[in-house]
Design a protein around this ligand. Structure first.
Ligand SMILES: Cc1cc2nc3c(=O)[nH]c(=O)nc-3n(C[C@H](O)[C@H](O)[C@H](O)COP(=O)(O)OP(=O)(O)OC[C@H]3O[C@@H](n4cnc5c(N)ncnc54)[C@H](O)[C@@H]3O)c2cc1C
Length: 276
């Protein structure tokens, strides 16, 4: 199958983590991803580490897409980072607002991702392909879905080329979101973000925090599996593979994998999907 995929990493904190991520990339390379992306801690907390991983990926001959979150930053901070990325030959950025850790006072000079997209376009014209975030189950801070949709459309009109979604396990939410944005004149690709399931308890905690819904039938089934890691892995692979199949059959333009710096589950899902 000729499905375009991309794969996301976070920047490791230790030299061992950096080494391990090199080995993970080597394994994932067989999938011939369109790009590897690397997350960025809000407020610039991972600035150097993100840049260092991105440079390694580019040196290995892959397209590398650093994430860039603007909350807590000044225009000059962002300008400096854009200059670094440009001089390293980077052509794609995932442009985000980010979330400051609670208790952080400094909000910086950007409020929302649409302002970052606008700024990047003003500063660098069409140099970067800009990805933005999309939320088929709505962003947790949005008061109404209609506000979130209007804000998403504003972000796209500011100059985004494509979008990657928050992960979800309900394909209908994605299809509904795509219909809604198409009805508002947005025609950019909206690539579903896919979270393979390694540990159900971790996933449940994380999902509550980021507003992703774990459907009741899935939650109950995972809970019933207790500590049986093999059964959790097997059920998780079935659920996520079926989700990907449905999304692709329904017209999703590709898949973006949240790898959590691991290769095995992404590789297995792609093997079942006959990708690469
Ligand atoms: C694919 C993907 C990758 C991510 N990578 C990272 C990462 O590397 N680092 C990181 O820190 N976080 C990352 N995140 C998380 C993201 O930063 C958070 O979800 C954050 O809360 C919102 O970022 P955003 O860019 O979607 O914000 P925005 O698009 O700015 O939206 C945030 C909220 O504000 C509302 N809003 C937007 N514009 C306006 C406006 N003009 N007026 C009023 N309200 C508005 C929206 O409806 C929404 O509720 C990622 C998320 C996704 C989906």
């Amino acid at each position: 199958m000729n499905t375009e995929i991309s794969i996301e990493f976070f920047p490791p904190q230790t030299p061992e983590g950096v080494e391990k991520l090199r080995a993970v990339r080597e394994k994932l390379a067989v999938l011939k991803p369109a790009f590897f992306s690397v997350t960025f801690g809000a407020g610039g907390s991972t600035r150097e580490r993100t840049f260092s991983v991105v440079k390694e990926i580019a040196a290995e001959g892959f397209d590398a897409a650093p994430h860039l979150s603007c909350v807590g930053s000044t225009r000059q901070n962002i300008r400096d980072i854009l200059n670094d990325y440009r001089s390293a030959g980077i052509r794609r950025i995932v442009a985000l607002r980010g979330d400051l850790p609670s208790g952080t006072a400094e909000a910086g000079e950007f409020r929302y991702a649409n302002e970052l997209v606008e700024f990047i376009r003003k500063e660098t014209d069409d140099h970067f392909h800009l990805e933005v975030a999309a939320y088929p189950e709505w962003h947790p801070q949005a008061r109404f879905p209609s506000d979130d949709l209007a804000n998403f459309v504003r972000k796209v009109k500011a100059g985004a080329d494509s979008a990657i979604t928050q992960y979800f396990y309900n394909a209908d939410a994605y299809f509904h979101f795509v219909d809604e944005v198409r009805a508002r004149g947005v025609d950019i690709p909206i690539v579903p973000g896919i979270m393979p399931i390694a540990s159900f308890s971790k996933l449940a905690r994380f999902s509550d925090a980021c507003g992703a819904e774990l459907p009741r039938w899935m939650r109950r089934k995972f809970e019933g599996l207790g500590d049986d890691t093999d059964a959790i892995r097997a059920f998780g692979l079935d659920v996520v593979t079926e989700l990907c199949e449905r999304l692709l059959a329904g017209g999703a333009p590709g898949l973006h994998f949240y790898s959590m710096n691991q290769s095995a589950l992404t590789l297995e899902i792609c093997r079942r999907l006959k990708i690469a």
